[in-house]
Design a protein around this ligand. Sequence first.
Ligand SMILES: N[C@@H](CCC(=O)N[C@@H](CS)C(=O)NCC(=O)O)C(=O)O
Length: 206
Amino acid sequence: MHLYTYDSAPSPRRVGLFIQYKGLDLPTTQIDMRALAHREEEFLAINPLGTVPALQTDEGPMLTEIVAICTYLEERFPEKPLMGSTPLERALVLNWDHRVHTMLMEPFAEMLRNRSAAFENRALPGPIDVEQIPALVDRGRHRYRSGLALFDEELGDKPFICGENFSQADIDLLVAIETGSWVKESLPESCTRLQAWHERCRGLLA
Ligand SMILES: N[C@@H](CCC(=O)N[C@@H](CS)C(=O)NCC(=O)O)C(=O)O
């Protein structure tokens, strides 16, 4: 097994915190995204999508999607479960994780990738060049802020987003919130339940 990643980028952080929480020690190569190493031939031969994280499995296939990487690692290292321990919990992790992706991570990417020169013609990650659409910055901001309000409401009195147990959905939500600072977004004071939840999760990841 071998992990290709770049610790400080948002998607790799989601897997990085999974690994940290479980206390795993995986052979890892950092792909320096700032130096555009993810676009070089050497890495494209490993993952033609040019995205990180990517996990080379012992069996051969390369996993490039975070939910697949976490599911595989959970099966291999079941201690301290993060992907749910019952049929319902497993479904809830996927349910909330997908919402984090569509309601926060995608809007975050809309804000980040459609405004700066660094992402010119790279408005979407992956193998094809995609033009920026500046109007998506405001749309992304609107979606991101609405997403935070929705998560605050959905959290209600639950300690964690899926219920009683800390999960990968919490890790992904935490990354989506903490990465907001990249686009000058922070967790509003009005999101009191998310504020308390954030402290709780930070304590578990310390
Ligand atoms: N496939 C991943 C997302 C991977 C991804 O988008 N990673 C970003 C880093 S945060 C990347 O590799 N970007 C490459 C690029 O910008 O060309 C998922 O499951 O959501």
